[in-house]
Design a protein around this ligand. Sequence first.
Ligand SMILES: *Cc1c(COP(=O)(O)O)cnc(C)c1O
Length: 227
Amino acid sequence: MIAENIARIRERVFTSASRAGRNPQEITVVAVSKKVGVAQIREAVDAGLNIFGENYVQEAKEKISQLGEGAMWHMIGRLQTNKVKHSIPLFSMIQSIGSLHLAEEVSLRAGAAGKTMDVLIQVNIGEETSKGGVGSDQVLSLLGAVSSLQGIRVRGLMGMAPYFLDSERVRPYFQKLRHLRDTILQYLPENISLPHLSMGMSGDFEVAIEEGATMVRIGTAIFGERT
Ligand SMILES: *Cc1c(COP(=O)(O)O)cnc(C)c1O
């Protein structure tokens, strides 16, 4: 069933990218595996997915140690400063950088490990108190500060739209994140590029792709409802 779900998602990625005149290969499906067991993650790996998104460091650590090589892991959940050290060897990207304080800790710990961590700045595009991320008016100054840190490299922006039953209503939020990226780029030194926009989940990834997503984070549509 997981393999079928993935096949269907691939088709939908292809269709929505084509509709927007985009190359479907520009779009990476990040399989969100929080609360999903190792056996199911293996099924997804066998079906060709190799990037998984996790929300909790300890949970990720256990799964990664069981699954070994063959997959890459992105941290997509709220990351506490005291967990940064443990997260450095686990993840190839941290998508949820929402403060300078957190970025500095990543810089410190990655630097100490001789690593450069790729990150995305999480933007609270819906201005929801329940969600993490910086306000859109703070992204430029945060980026400016982070770009001078060692051991950390910003690759783009991540955002979550508010939940609507009608997925069409999320479109303005995704447009906002893309416009923010495009605007900010004009103010940054030329050696900084922000190629990635991580936006879109099970309920709204097609709209996100039409609006420029390069990463979609999909859990439920791959693994089923989380219990
Ligand atoms: C859980 C989660 C997702 C996936 O949500 P689904 O609706 O299950 O696809 C995506 N992004 C983040 C940050 C999440 O926490």
